[in-house]
Design a protein around this ligand. Structure first.
Ligand code: VAH
Length: 316
């Protein structure tokens, strides 16, 4: 990659990925786009353009005018919100992706399009779900992710578009709050631990899901996009994970820093049903073997960093 256009650049992943990409490739070589602007570092530290990914012509023009050689397509509606607005989710998630695929095809450029553990369903093996396995998700978000994986493979096979993607686990970060996911509890718990000393989880105890600290997710995007294409057997999309967690385990780690922390539950049936349909853990050996994926953060390291940074943010 030399010059990159990022959609959804002000979201949970984008707002940190933009900073990383600008440090790696140069500020003016990373075009941040989103449906609205804010005063974040991602928006102000280099080129920013307003873009609704439903507008394929504008996406094409922005990519062409800026002579980008890669698109990182992050604009999407996440699982919990998508279940409340399934038709809107279909239009945004699939319409945005097909516009990104068509732009990549017309300009002959790379495309990163993320999938998710949400692409798995109740009939997927629950433990260490394989890279190649049954994918019959029961959420609209999951349907969008499976369809997206198939579309990205199709554009690679039929048109030679260099499409690449990962199945993100729940992502935990402290810069920009997540927006409407099922795994958001794993972010909220840290903020509430610092601000209130207690958290009421909408996901029940004992509900295991794959999770990852944001720095590992950002490194995985760059690593995959820079990987030797000859080594990529899977492309769309690689299982990646750092840890499989349930709420009590996070609480126990938080109590090493805040001994009085209290976790209780107010389970949200809708998001619990989504979480129950996903695997407890996934097997990421293909990513490790084909492009050297190696997460650096475990629960202990992530918790120390999250609590420290949230405390710092609270002071300003
Ligand atoms: C969600 N954070 O909860 C996203 C992610 C694996 C979960 O796809 O929808």
């Amino acid at each position: 990659m030399k010059k990159i256009l990022v959609t959804g650049a002000l979201g949970q992943i984008g707002s940190e990925l933009i900073v990383k990409l600008r440090n790696l490739y140069g500020e003016n070589n990373v075009i941040a786009t989103d449906i609205r602007k804010n005063d974040s570092v991602a928006a102000l530290s280099g080129p920013f353009k307003l873009l609704d990914v439903a507008d394929g012509e504008k996406m094409f023009q922005l990519a062409k005018q800026n002579q980008v050689d890669a698109i990182i397509h992050l604009a999407a509606m996440l699982s919990a919100v998508a279940e409340k607005k399934p038709l809107a989710a279909w239009h945004l998630n699939m319409g945005g992706l097909i516009n990104a695929l068509e732009t990549a095809k017309e300009l002959g450029i790379q495309l990163f399009a993320p999938s998710s553990i949400g692409s798995f369903g109740p009939t997927t093996p629950k433990d260490k779900a394989p890279q190649d396995t049954i994918q019959r998700p029961t959420s609209m978000y999951g349907v969008n992710k499976v369809a997206g994986e198939l579309l990205c493979d199709y554009y690679f096979a039929r048109f030679g578009v260099d499409t690449r993607g990962v199945r993100f686990p729940g992502l935990i970060s402290y810069v920009t709050p997540p927006g409407g996911g099922t795994t958001d509890y794993a972010v909220e718990i840290y903020y509430d631990a610092v601000e209130k000393g207690r958290y009421q989880s909408f996901i029940n105890k004992g509900t295991y899901m794959d999770m990852m600290f944001m720095p590992d997710a950002l490194e995985a995007v760059v690593q995959l996009m820079e990987a030797d294409p000859a080594k990529l057997q899977h492309r769309n999309a690689y299982n990646i994970t750092a840890m499989s967690l349930e709420p009590e385990e996070i609480a126990t780690e938080i109590r090493k820093h805040i001994p009085s922390f209290v976790l209780d539950y107010q389970v949200d049936p809708a998001r619990q049903a989504i979480a129950d349909s996903w695997p407890n853990s996934i097997d990421d050996s293909a990513a490790r073997e084909e492009w050297g994926f190696r997460p650096q953060y475990n629960l202990e390291k992530m918790t120390a960093d999250m609590l420290e940074k949230i405390r710092e943010k609270a002071k300003v």
